[in-house]
Design a protein around this ligand. Structure first.
Ligand code: SF4
Length: 316
């Protein structure tokens, strides 16, 4: 079925296990769920679009039986997880009714069984979710991805995600519902979203929305991401790619074919952002998983710096 903005939504049955252990840095010990294969947001820097089983741009596969299977899977488990993380390879809040319906049903199954959820989203969170989260505020860790309030940036780099205005609104409404909300300013795009003016505009918006914690990282470069950059105007794509030329390939998170932005440039970006955020009373941590050559800063949703994950690993 072709729907919103030419996105083709294909519904399929999920037959394999639902809860997966992601090999993803700080989320490694927390089981995860992806509601769809493929993601309508189509961000040009998305590492998941480079996975071998990722569908082409414009195609999204929805596992329509996910909530029922999840319920059965939990019933069979001897030990149930304390937390489950959504959205490691797709966004749980893509703006399609069928997707949101499955996301809601899965989140409800988990929350009503006393299992906490975390998610990272660039989508719009509808009212019924806010109502659900209000019932279980201590069991929800929300992270909103936003790197700029500039609409033109969004149009080019994150074409089918929610507008910056809607993401700030998400934050306000989650905070009002008593939910723990943090923000990921990731990926900062050098030469595009990293001016002092852009940072200050963003930080002001975040402060006014009630955010207190921010994590940040510059974009990492991989061959699959360089291919996606064909979707950008050529002059912008080359200006960014040029900065990574000559940088060594290294293992970062799941891929050994990753290039980091030169360290001096990243340190300058993070230093300037932190100074601006500090002026507005906001704490910023640099994502340790994506900056393995910098002093480690723990930026995952698990605020006690690993204790929660240790307990989780024992129980799951
Ligand atoms: S929202 Fe996340 S999963 Fe979806 S395309 Fe963007 S980066 Fe990829």
């Amino acid at each position: 079925m072709t729907g919103i903005m030419g996105i083709r939504l294909v519904k399929e049955e999920r037959r394999s296990a639902i809860l997966k252990q992601p090999a993803f840095g700080c989320l490694r010990d927390v089981p995860s769920i992806n509601i769809t294969r493929g993601c309508m947001h189509s961000c040009v820097y998305c590492y998941a679009r480079g996975f071998t089983d990722a569908p082409p741009k414009g195609e999204v596969y929805l596992y329509r039986n996910l909530a029922e299977r999840l319920e059965r899977e939990l019933e069979r488990k001897r030990r149930i997880p304390l937390w489950v993380s959504f959205s490691t390879a797709s966004d749980a809040f893509q703006d399609m009714d069928e997707v949101l319906k499955v996301t809601y049903a899965c989140m409800r199954v988990l929350l009503e069984r006393g299992i906490g959820i975390s998610f990272l989203t660039k989508g719009r969170i509808p009212d019924d979710f806010i109502g659900l989260f209000r019932r279980f505020p201590d069991r929800v860790k929300a992270r909103i991805g936003i790197v700029s309030l500039n609409e033109e940036y969004k149009r080019l780099f994150e074409p089918y995600s929610a507008t910056p205005f809607l993401r700030l609104r998400n934050i306000r409404r989650l905070v009002e519902a008593g939910v723990d909300v943090s923000v990921r300013v990731d990926p900062v795009i050098p030469g595009v979203t990293d001016s002092d003016g852009s940072f200050e505009h963003l930080v002001k918006g975040l402060r006014a929305s009630g955010v207190r914690e921010i994590s940040i990282s510059a974009i990492i470069m991989r061959p699959s991401i360089m291919r996606l950059f064909d979707e950008l105007p050529r002059s912008i794509a080359w200006r960014i790619i040029k900065l990574y030329q000559g940088q060594p390939y290294q293992r970062v998170i799941t891929s050994a074919r990753t290039r980091l932005l030169p360290k001096a440039l990243r340190m300058d970006i993070y230093g300037r952002f932190k100074a601006i955020a500090r002026r507005y009373g906001l704490d910023t941590r640099v994502c340790g998983c994506k900056n393995p050559d910098l002093p480690w800063e723990f930026c995952s949703p698990w605020v006690d710096g690993g204790g929660l994950i240790e307990r989780q690993a024992l129980l799951f």
